[in-house]
Write a protein that binds this ligand. Structure first.
Ligand SMILES: [Zn+2]
Length: 181
């Protein structure tokens, strides 16, 4: 069982050096790292998906929307849902918001904004988790799909969850072997 995955993820959290590649609106990413009975979920989503605008807030309503979305992401309940049988509790939840600060005079405004949420869970049976639900699609109406990378001691596996199928299913190992994914 490698310890590299969670270590890298924790280092990323510590430095805040997450990817700044241009994103596609409607498309987020999630990296889910299993290590023993710990589970880390790093979610990165375009600002367009979360609040519908990617610039500093211009009205009191937009200020409220930004603060409300940040608060909503800070609570993993309603964002991701783990099977009850795994008996997981939230050990840490951090939200980083990028690109909504007003540019200083002369500086170029950012072209995109992003929300990053990192959740650390401690579970009675993390390895037994085969499905993860993403109720965030009900909360954020502009989110369409999330590319999910699951890291375990066996290496990475890619999945996709969508508004139509907001559920990750790790159960199909035969398909994984056949497709090499
Ligand atoms: Zn954008």
């Amino acid at each position: 069982m490698t310890r590299i995955g969670l270590a890298i993820l924790l280092a990323t959290i510590a430095t805040g050096s997450w990817a700044q590649a241009p994103h596609q609106h409607g498309h987020g990413t999630a990296t889910i790292t299993f290590e023993g009975n710990r589970l880390a979920i790093e979610l990165v989503m375009p600002g367009a998906d979360i609040v519908g605008f990617e610039r500093p807030p211009q009205t009191p309503a937009e200020e409220v929307a930004l603060a409300g979305a940040t608060a909503a992401l800070r609570n993993p309940i309603g964002i991701v849902a783990l099977p009850t049988a795994a008996r997981c509790t939230v050990a840490e939840a951090e939200v980083t918001v990028e690109g909504y600060e007003r540019p200083t005079a002369g500086a170029a405004a950012t072209e995109h904004t992003e929300f990053e949420a990192v959740y650390l869970f401690t579970c009675a049976d993390a390895a037994g988790i085969r499905t993860i639900e993403f109720p965030l699609f009900a909360k954020f109406q502009n989110a369409e799909e999330i590319e999910v990378t699951v890291l375990t001691g066996r290496g990475p596996t890619e999945y996709e969850v969508t508004r139509a199928t907001p559920r990750l299913d790790r159960g199909n190992f035969l398909l994984r072997w056949l497709t090499g994914r």
